[in-house]
Design a protein around this ligand. Structure first.
Ligand code: GLV
Ligand code: MN
Ligand code: MN
Ligand code: MN
Length: 399
């Protein structure tokens, strides 16, 4: 299967024809179809598939001597955000299979194992914590907390893992697997307007996190409840959304409320509770923390006159990632003068940088749009990405 054929096979999976957006949430039918596709592609190439206890999959191309240590890992993720683009995640995996094909065509064989990883629940779109599979693998989240995470229907991560054939008690750090990996190079579509050439190398991921604001008031009738009698949680929620924009402007950060749950959600009912999820990111930790503190304060001030309670919970936080300099320099030397750029997007390579030397290759995105259907990469740039990844794997694992 060529790059184009693999891409064409994945393209319809989980796609909403009306919007062109993808809905591939961890362990839902479209994501399971992507996993089956991954296993087929691995089988087609005679790669050994390893399933770790956390739902991550790795397709291994082993050296002739069968050695398993000091591996070079590549790959990305197959899940998507709600209504996401086609490239975020799958591009790294399709490119990795295509790179293995090119290495074989060119007669190169690995002296270190090459692993193509598909990390589970990278977007956190189902259970709320981004990069859940790599966080568990790296020991960056308490397994007990992960087991108790719930999806929108109230199913726990433990339940879903059990139904998918995993032992929920076994999730957590896999030091045996990590001990066999020497480095990780993740290829990914660039997610903003920062890359002007076909391929670039990542320097850093900015600090970012997710917070949940719960506003609790009193459900009541929209027609019969006098204004002074209302305890409407929608009002401080709305103030919180505006405060997020203003705090981001003051602090040089970005802050987004992209998801809200209104209970019970009737047109003719004052909500009893509103939950809003805040995503905040910025160039440095302090500015992000200050942004969230200011939004929290504004939400509380706005809630008081309405006798609404406010509860703030941090769902995940990732400190700045400064990708491994030696690996980045070696990749830069291999590719010869490609741009080096930071990103505001989170990645499994960022989470795993706490345990391994990691690096990322970016492929240009001409629309500058991501996490939305307009996300794009030109076919020629995708092929440039495959060539770059091939050269990097050749350099790190074959020569
Ligand atoms: C994941 O892609 C994120 O950056 O939120
Ligand atoms: Mn993403
Ligand atoms: Mn991604
Ligand atoms: Mn991401």
């Amino acid at each position: 299967m060529s790059f184009e054929e693999m891409w064409a096979a994945l393209l319809p999976v989980g796609r909403d024809e009306a919007t062109g957006g993808y809905h591939r949430f961890a362990w839902t039918p479209p994501e399971l179809e992507c996993r089956a596709w991954f296993l087929d592609e691995a089988r087609r190439r005679d790669l050994d598939v390893e399933h770790d206890p956390n739902g991550n999959m790795i397709a291994w191309w082993l050296p002739e001597d069968g050695s398993r240590g000091d591996a070079v890992l590549t790959g990305s993720h197959l899940d998507s955000v709600p209504g996401g683009g086609a490239f975020d995640g799958p591009l790294g995996i399709v490119s990795a299979f295509a790179a293995v094909d090119l290495l074989r065509e060119r007669g190169a064989g690995p002296r270190r194992p090459i692993g193509i990883a598909a990390f589970a629940e990278e977007e956190g779109a189902r259970f709320g914590v981004a990069c859940l599979g790599s966080r568990l693998l790296a020991g960056a989240i308490d397994p007990a907390r992960a087991r108790g995470l719930t999806d929108a229907d109230g199913h726990t991560f433990a339940e879903v893992m059990h139904n998918a054939g995993f032992d929920p008690e076994a999730i957590g750090p896999d030091d045996d697997l990590l001990g066999r990996v020497g480095c990780l190079v993740e290829l990914h579509v660039e997610q903003g307007r920062a890359l002007r050439e076909p391929v670039g190398v990542a320097s850093a991921i900015v600090p970012h996190g997710r917070w949940r604001f719960d506003f609790a008031g009193e459900g009541n009738h929209a027609g019969t409840t006098r204004l002074p009698d209302r305890r409407d949680p929608m009002l401080p929620f709305a103030a919180m959304v505006i405060a997020a924009r203003e705090a981001a402007e003051r602090n040089g950060t970005v802050a987004t409320v992209g998801k809200v749950r209104v209970v019970p959600g009737g047109v003719n009912a004052i909500a009893s509770s509103v939950t809003g999820w805040l995503d905040a990111r910025g160039p440095e930790d302090k500015a992000v923390r200050r942004t969230v503190a200011e939004i929290d304060e504004a939400a509380r001030v706005a809630a008081r006159p309405h006798r609404v309670s406010v509860d703030l919970a941090e769902e995940s936080y990732s400190e700045i990632v400064d990708f491994n300099h030696a690996l980045r320099d070696r990749i830069g030397a291999t590719l010869g003068g490609v741009p080096v750029l930071p990103t505001g997007a989170g990645h499994d390579a960022g989470v795993l940088s706490a345990r391994l030397p990691t690096a990322m290759l970016f492929v240009r995105n001409p629309t500058g749009v991501s996490h939305a259907p307009a996300e794009y990469a030109e076919p020629a740039d995708c092929l440039a990405g495959v060539e770059a990844l091939t050269a990097v794997l050749d350099e790190l694992a074959c020569s």
